[in-house]
Design a protein around this ligand. Structure first.
Ligand SMILES: NC(=O)c1ccc[n+]([C@@H]2O[C@H](COP(=O)([O-])OP(=O)(O)OC[C@H]3O[C@@H](n4cnc5c(N)ncnc54)[C@H](O)[C@@H]3O)[C@@H](O)[C@H]2O)c1
Length: 349
């Protein structure tokens, strides 16, 4: 099997690449990534010399390049993670999200359709998506695979658009497609513009920890390696055209999560209890900030036997340990553009 994983230098993609390269030595795995600000090949240093792994730098918005790649490499399957993924960036620059997330996905679908014609039943197009396509929940209820799409941010709208195209290529052309929609991930190698790595970084540096609004927004958190394992199971076992929700049944208010993180950090850094919490700084809320997401992953658990492996507290400890042991990684990504972007984004009240 020759497998192209797009976005493999990013946060989740690097965990998916590592899992497939390690667990499937008989597969030939190509990591296709443009290396945007979020792509970091240092994420994959430990497996980059593996004989079944190759990296190709390329842009999924370039249709001719993608067509040539399919012609040259003749892949049997795609696991598509490449995307612009940060909601705040989608609010300042939506068009990048349309180009990468929608046009990039359609370029891949077109290449698959053309080069796999006549053998669709032996190929697979796996599209990795998000629970944000379902919109926001009130205080109760959960997103199931039947929940109507109702995206609110340019990011979630672009992911919803790409999901619709993937389903359309299954329904119209008979392509073997699979989609999964996952809740918020946390774990190692996460770019420190997102809540958990940003907070860990700032607490370590004794800098203010920005929390949007009053920190009332609720998210369902899943350890990234459990997401990669779910992708593995779904990729190998799902029926063509099927969709699975992936989530941790693990809802946290942002402010409670940050307080827990502060307690762990106090302990790990030998600070007195409550010291890190003083760094919490409430900042102007994100425009159109969805109140609550919660994923019902019963279908995945019942049909394919996947369950999350880690309790959140344990996963958070592991995550903190990784960041504290990998200061060089963090320093490397917290330089240059990121710093000016950070100042623009988090104007303290
Ligand atoms: N992070 C989450 O909590 C979460 C949850 C559910 C679903 N997802 C989805 O999972 C996927 C991966 O998310 P992530 O958090 O790892 O994202 P990320 O931003 O960390 O990584 C995205 C990767 O895609 C690459 N990329 C961006 N534009 C590209 C282009 N035009 N051509 C080729 N490569 C390009 C980047 O270089 C980067 O390596 C995304 O599709 C995202 O929507 C993320």
């Amino acid at each position: 099997m020759k497998l192209i994983i797009t976005g493999g230098a990013g946060f989740i993609g690097s965990h998916v690449v590592r899992r497939f390269v390690t667990n499937y030595p008989q597969y030939s795995i190509i990591n296709l990534d443009k290396l945007t600000y979020a792509g970091n090949l240092a994420n994959l240093q430990d497996i980059e010399a593996a004989p079944n792994y190759r990296f190709i730098k390329g842009d999924i918005t370039d249709a001719a390049f993608i067509d040539g790649l399919f012609k040259d490499e003749q892949p049997d399957a795609i696991i598509h993670l490449a995307a612009e993924s940060h909601v705040d960036r989608s609010i300042s620059n939506p068009i990048e999200f349309v180009l990468t997330n929608v046009v990039g996905t359609v370029n891949l679908l077109n290449a698959a359709r053309k080069h796999w014609e006549g053998s669709y039943d032996q190929k697979r197009f796996y599209h990795v998506s998000t629970d944000e396509v379902y919109g926001a929940l009130g205080e109760s209820g959960m997103f199931t695979e039947e929940t109507k799409y109702d995206p609110h941010s340019p990011y979630s709208a672009s992911k919803a658009g790409s999901d619709h195209f993937v389903r359309a290529y299954h329904d119209t052309y008979g392509l073997d497609t699979v989609i999964s929609n996952c809740s918020n991930n946390y774990g190692s190698h996460h770019f420190p513009e997102k809540l958990i790595p940003l907070a860990i970084h700032n607490i370590t540096q004794n800098k203010p920890v920005p929390v949007y609004g009053k920190g009332e927004n609720i998210r369902d958190w899943l350890w990234v390696e459990d997401h990669a394992r779910a992708i593995d199971v779904i990729f190998h076992k799902a029926k063509a055209g099927d969709t699975y929700n992936i989530g941790g049944h693990n809802e946290w208010k942002n402010i409670d999560l940050i307080r827990l993180l502060c307690q762990i950090m106090d302990r790990k850094l030998g600070r007195t209890a409550g010291e890190s919490e003083k760094l919490i700084t409430f900042v102007k809320d994100r425009a159109g900030h969805d109140l609550r997401y919660a994923i019902d992953s019963t279908k995945l658990q019942k049909e394919l036997g996947w369950v999350p492996s880690l309790q959140f507290e344990e996963g958070l400890e592991k995550t903190v340990d990784w960041y504290l042991e990998n200061e060089a990684w963090l320093e490397n990504v917290t330089s240059g553009n990121y710093q000016s972007y950070y100042k623009e984004q988090y104007q303290e009240r």
